[in-house]
Design a protein around this ligand. Structure first.
Ligand code: ZN
Length: 262
């Protein structure tokens, strides 16, 4: 199943998405996930890009893993971690497809990078899970930009500001169930130029092992979003850039970059 969350004059709701002649269409209203109770909307089927898209997730928390691809750890001069390196992004950082990443004023940060990542949505409550139990709790896959103020990441030690700014977590455009999260090719383009390309088969810690690891210390809830690390090729974003993150089986998440306030 593929689904999106759209906004119409009648309200916001979840819709099934299907390919018709190579174009993604919003087809039928579907029940919303338990963590985001909204009334199903009534609408005429139409190409998905004729609707305003909303973030298709409503996580209680966004659990991310850093340095989960060897080549990316190396490019920033870091060793490969012995255990998953976890951090959070706040739900307030979520950005809908076609939204705009807001660069902070230069007085706060002058280096904001793209990191293209696979996002995994949980479908069950998970606490102190085995890897097998964690795998069974995976509901679906989506695309995430782990937007990062690289200078603040280095300066602060803690990554709350660097990773947690409003708009620093673009997500979508759809959630897709039934995919193998370790068999996907993820590509990042800026202004049409490929900047990152990697296979999720190259993750140091699998999605299920990251979920199991996190669940030893925190309860993960249905709808929580796990952001699984970025392949190599990270680089800066500037005002006016167009950022695209693509996994063919999921689609393309496209957002723009708004220049910082003067
Ligand atoms: Zn990342």
């Amino acid at each position: 199943m593929r689904y999106a969350k759209i906004s119409t004059a009648a309200g916001a709701g979840y819709v099934s998405v299907e390919q018709r002649d190579g174009v993604e269409w919003a087809v039928d209203p579907i029940a919303s996930p338990a963590e985001d109770p909204v009334v199903p909307i009534i609408f005429e089927p139409a190409p998905l890009d004729t609707f305003t898209l909303l973030a298709p997730v409503r996580p209680s928390k966004i659990v991310c893993v850093g340095r989960n691809y060897k080549a990316h750890a190396s490019e920033l001069g870091n060793d490969v971690p012995a255990e998953p390196l976890l951090f959070f992004k706040p739900p307030s950082s979520l950005l809908a497809p076609e939204g705009a990443i807001e660069l902070p004023p230069a007085s706060i940060s002058s280096r904001v990078d793209h990191e293209a990542e696979l996002g995994v949505v949980l479908g069950a409550r998970v606490r102190r899970a085995s890897v097998e139990e964690a795998r069974a709790a995976i509901f679906g896959c989506t695309l995430v930009g782990d937007i990062t103020a690289r200078d603040l990441q280095k300066k602060d030690g803690q990554w709350a500001r660097a990773k947690g700014m409003d708009t620093f977590c673009p997500v979508g455009p759809v959630v897709v169930t039934g995919l193998d999260p370790q068999a996907l090719t993820i590509t990042c383009r800026v202004n049409g130029e490929v900047r990152q390309r990697g296979s999720t088969a190259d993750m140091i810690f699998s999605v299920a092992s990251v979920i199991a690891y996190a669940s030893q210390v925190m309860t993960l809830l249905p709808g929580d979003l796990v952001v699984t690390g970025t392949p190599s090729g990270v680089g800066p974003l500037h005002g006016g850039d167009v950022l695209e993150i693509e996994v063919p089986e999921i689609g393309t998440l496209k957002v723009t970059v708004a220049a910082p306030p003067a």
